[in-house]
Design a protein around this ligand. Structure first.
Ligand code: F0G
Length: 458
């Protein structure tokens, strides 16, 4: 039996959840055109749709919010946040943004021209969307093991350095405005990136004169994996490890809705003075003045406390163990997941779970609908619906290599018995996977279709 590390907190306030009847679940999902994003959250029992903005804040964060200074410019809360961000991330400049994609929007708007390429280990969907919205081309160059779900290797989120090198040489530096790296790799199973790899990526980008931006959403979890798994880091604190990770980069995009343990917030950081001036101007047009960036002063306070709490060893120990507990129990039941478990989510390998449903018939979508119908669980398809696209050159429909259903675990929200319940529901589905059928898309928008598409069972 995998180990469940007791929650390093007790619960002072509760939010009731309820499991509506199977008939009501059937009607609710149908009414939502079989898109779990279109459902009423009240009709969900266990909500594993995302770990983003769904975490429980601590008593320290709530009390800090009461200290929020709502001054338009130069608020006390801005200086408190700045102190923490400077300490952990260490970039010369940063601006708050209301969430991660706002940072991506500003960065891509300023730096990406049509036809230009942005390499990364794997971009997340909003980063891809922002690059494509400027006519740019996101390029994923993660190590090949990332595409083999059952292969257990450490740091499966690492960039393939050789591939990155030949990609830059073949594409030409003049067609690449900057390079990225996502830690942990959300689009590829939430797998961490090693310090050695971050360093190698940095050296390579810099050798070609390319600025290096880290997508830092889950930096604390990545730092803790380095502490646990990478030689030489066992005695370093997650803070020291984070400081080293960011010392290799020229900037970062951050969604504090993840490892800031807040419900809203983020930032864009950079060392370059000219870029900072341009970013500030963009921010003022689109988000707000550069000392609040579309957030309230109290939100800045909650982020300042949250970034530090996310780096506490007792918290990270529980966080990684809770996710691993869910993952290892599913493996015990024969349910295929991306191995080893990451920190923020467990990804079910829908292609292996439902081999009778071809990728064009959306196995991940089918499984996520079945999880809701069976047990009121909301997970999210991260497969053909989320990452499939029409190639702009050939007009061909491109399927992603992985077809997954992600169960993202909000921070400090669910307990061991919730995890056991989820295992039971999936075990019931696994008893007769043949009962699940494929789906087809009946409506889709041009970009980021998974959020608003309509589906019908085949
Ligand atoms: N980068 C990564 C790696 C992400 O996982 C996300 C968000 C973003 C950028 C964008 O941040 O939502 O604050 O605008 N991921 C969420 C998720 C939505 O469910 O994984 P945002």
């Amino acid at each position: 039996m995998p180990k469940y590390v007791p929650e390093p907190f007790k619960i002072k306030m509760v939010e009731p959840i309820r499991l509506i009847s199977p008939e009501k679940r059937e009607a609710a999902i149908k009414k939502a055109n079989y898109n779990l994003f279109a459902m009423k959250a009240e009709d969900i029992f266990i909500d594993f749709m995302t770990d983003s903005g769904t975490s429980a804040m601590s008593n320290h964060q709530w009390s800090a919010m009461m200290m929020g200074d709502e001054s338009y410019a130069g608020a006390r809360s801005w200086f408190r946040l700045k102190e923490v961000v400077d300490e952990i991330f260490g970039f010369k400049h940063f601006v708050p943004t209301h969430q991660g994609r706002a940072a991506e929007n500003i960065l891509t708007n300023l730096l990406v021209q049509p036809g230009e390429y942005i390499p990364s280990n794997m971009h997340f969907d909003t980063t891809e969307g922002n690059i494509r919205a400027r006519g740019g081309r996101p390029k994923n160059l993660v190590r090949k093991e990332a595409y083999n779900p059952s292969e257990r290797v450490d740091f499966k989120g690492n960039m393939d350095i050789e591939k990155l090198c030949s990609f830059i040489e073949n594409t030409g530096v003049e067609n690449i405005p900057f390079g990225m790296l996502t830690i942990t790799n959300n689009a590829g199973g939430g797998q961490p990136v090693s310090m050695q790899n971050i360093k190698a990526v940095s050296e390579l980008y810099h050798e070609f004169g390319l600025p290096f931006f880290i997508d830092a959403c889950r930096f604390a979890e990545n730092a803790y994996f380095i502490k646990l798994r990478e030689p030489g880091y066992a005695d370093k604190s997650p803070l020291e490890i984070s400081q080293e990770m960011f010392s290799y980069a020229d900037g970062a995009t951050m969604s504090a809705k993840k490892d800031g343990i807040v419900n809203i917030g983020g930032f864009l950081a950079m060392n370059d003075d000219t870029l900072f001036q341009n970013v500030r101007n963009e921010l003022i047009i689109r988000e707000g003045f550069y000392t609040y960036g579309g957030l309230a002063g109290r939100d800045l306070e909650a982020m300042a406390v949250g970034f530090k709490e996310a780096l506490e060893v007792s918290y990270l120990d529980y966080r990684l163990a809770q996710t691993a507990y869910l993952g290892e129990r599913l493996i015990e039941k024969g349910i295929p997941i991306i191995e080893p478990p990451g920190a923020h989510a467990i990804y079910i390998d829908a292609k292996s779970f439902l081999p009778h449903i071809p990728q064009a018939e959306l196995p991940g979508q089918s499984l996520s609908i079945a999880m809701y119908k069976q047990g009121g669980i909301r997970a999210v398809e991260l497969g053909t619906v989320a990452f499939g696209y029409t190639d702009p050159d050939s007009g061909e429909e491109i399927f992603p290599e992985l077809d997954m259903v992600r169960m993202a675990i909000p921070r400090r929200v669910y307990t061991q018995s919730h995890m056991d319940y989820v295992v039971d529901v999936l075990t019931e589905i696994a008893e007769n996977p043949q009962a699940l059928k494929g789906y087809k898309i009946t409506y889709q928008p041009p970009l980021m279709r998974h959020f608003t598409a309509h589906f019908e069972p085949l």
